[in-house]
Design a protein around this ligand. Sequence first.
Ligand SMILES: C[S@@+](CC[C@H](N)C(=O)[O-])C[C@H]1O[C@@H](n2cnc3c(N)ncnc32)[C@H](O)[C@@H]1O
Length: 223
Amino acid sequence: MSKRKNNKEKQIISTQRVVDHGEVFTSTREVNAMLDLVKDETERIDSRFLEPACGTGNFLAEVLTRKLNIVESRYKKNQLEYERYALVAVCSLYGIDILEDSIKECRNRLLVIFQERYKLLYGKSSKKECIKSIDFVLKKNIIRGNALDLKTIGEHPQPIVFSEWSPVNGSMIKRRDFEFHELLSAAQSNELPLFSDLGEDVFIPEPIKEYPLTHFLRLADAE
Ligand SMILES: C[S@@+](CC[C@H](N)C(=O)[O-])C[C@H]1O[C@@H](n2cnc3c(N)ncnc32)[C@H](O)[C@@H]1O
C-alpha cells in the first residue's frame, strides 16, 4: 500500500463521519508546521495544551513526543526524575472530543507513546505504578464532551471538568478540579492562559474540588 494511501486513510475514517462530525484528521506535516509556530512552548515540559476537538490526538501526540524528547535528554540518567517530568508532561495535555471511540484511541495512543519510550529506557525496572498514574491522568484530561456547550455527553450532561496538576516538593502532586467554562471565562476576560494566577486584578476561577497532596506514583489511588 502506498504511503499516500496510508496517509489518506489516516485522515478520513468514513464519509459518514466527515458528514456527521467533520472528522478529517490533520496530517503530520501540517501538525508539525503549526506546532513549529509555538516551538518553544511545545518543548516546555509543563506548558499546557488543549486540543478542543482532538479526534485521536494528532496534535497532542506530537506535543507529547516533543516534550518527552526534552525530558529524556535532561533526565534519562535518573529514572525517578525522568518519571516525575514525564508525568508533568502528560499532565499538561488536555483534549475534548464528541466521539467515544476517538477519545479512547487518543488516550491509548498517548499512553503507548509514553510506555514504549519508558520501557526502552528502563526495561525491567520500569514501574507499573508510573504507567498507572500516567493512564489515570490521561483518563481525566482527555474527555468525551461537546466543545460547543462545554458539557459531557450522555443522558445527564454535566459541565466538563478539568484537573490542574501541580508538582509540589518534588514527588508530590496537588490536584484541583475546575469547571471548564469557568476557566474559559477567566482566560477570555483576562486574556491570560488557562489556569494562570498572574496579577491581582484578574478573575481567578475557584476550584470545585481540591485533593490532598498525593505522591505522583499513587495518583490513581487517591480518588
Ligand atoms: C477536523 S477533525 C480534527 C481532529 C484533530 N484535532 C486533528 O486535527 O486531527 C474534527 C473533530 O472534531 C470532533 N467534533 C465534532 N463536533 C464536536 C463537538 N461539538 N465537540 C467536540 N468535538 C467535536 C470530531 O469528532 C472530530 O474528531
